[in-house]
Design a protein around this ligand. Structure first.
Ligand code: ATP
Length: 262
């Protein structure tokens, strides 16, 4: 379980990116975080694995207060939390298998990574993860010879091989075409349903968020303005997240939804 209590995040320049966030995410949930650019989605996600430090409040993962963790404890926390980025974050000049191997054993000595010394068990685990995202036939292919969608699946395999309890995904399909994006979202759904991993995903594409996530969190200017089931995301809710209340804006709902789903 991930629990935010009265969490604030202020950047060194004084910008308050998260304001009094109260949030509980239970193991196995598939949560989409939506909101305008600059609303605080990435900040929220990155506080969960300590890529960012919170400024005040409490943030626990499985009951452990993460803001006070130090070096080795942070690495332990991150073993349980996989992170997927829009830009894949892969080493493109080496094979799929090597990318997965290098990524999934964070505490492996650097010399082993450089020399590529991996045990048979590690290779088996990596190949199983590559199989789980349907690209086993590409295991020995260099990453720069793969399509964007295939590269995102490599990133997913690398995370899966680490057997995390939580996957944080920051705009994982933003740079993919609609068909490929759907395939990658299907992977996330399968992983969530079959392996019970919690998925917390920032996503600009509202229709996709509603189609895949059970729960939607709407952020606006660092505050949660909606937290509920996907099916309860009405046009009025989208106005609140993206444009303010319909009364304030007087804009047509169709316009807001169009803007949010493009
Ligand atoms: N390192 C930083 N230093 C100062 N301000 C930052 C920093 N990172 C983000 N911000 C600011 O914090 C606010 C929230 O940013 P964040 O990246 O979390 O938004 P976002 O909702 O993920 O946006 P996007 O959808 O564009 O990625 C923004 O106003 C942004 O400019």
């Amino acid at each position: 379980m991930i629990e935010f209590k009265q969490v604030q995040k202020k950047y060194p320049n004084g910008l308050l990116a998260l304001k009094d966030i109260d949030l509980e995410i239970k193991q196995g949930e598939f949560v989409a975080v939506i909101g305008r650019s600059g609303a605080g989605k990435s900040t929220l996600l990155r506080c969960i694995n300590r890529m960012h430090n919170i400024t005040s409040g409490s943030l626990t993962v499985d009951g452990v207060e993460i803001s006070t963790l130090k070096g080795k404890e942070i690495r332990k926390l991150r073993r349980n939390i996989g992170m997927i980025f829009q830009s894949f974050n892969l080493v493109t000049r080496i094979s799929v298998l090597k990318n997965v191997l290098v990524g999934f054993v964070p505490d492996m000595p650097v010399w082993r990574k450089i020399l590529g010394v991996f045990t048979e068990e590690e290779k088996k685990q990596a190949l199983m993860a590559i199989d789980q995202v349907g690209i086993l036939d590409k295991a020995y292919t260099r990453v720069d010879q793969l399509s964007g969608g295939q590269q995102q699946r490599v990133a997913l395999a690398r995370t899966l091989a680490q057997h995390p309890k939580i996957i944080l995904a920051d705009e994982p399909v933003a740079s993919l075409d609609p068909v490929t994006a759907k395939q990658v979202m299907d992977d996330f759904r399968r992983i969530n349903q079959e392996l019970g991993m919690t998925v917390v995903m920032n996503i600009h594409h509202v229709e996709m968020a509603l189609a895949y996530a059970h729960r939607v969190i709407g952020l606006r200017d660092g505050e949660i303005v909606f937290d509920g089931k996907s099916e309860d995301v009405t046009d009025a809710v989208l106005h609140r997240i993206y444009k303010g209340s319909p009364e304030q804006q007087g804009g047509s709902e169709a316009h807001v939804i169009e803007a949010a789903t493009n």
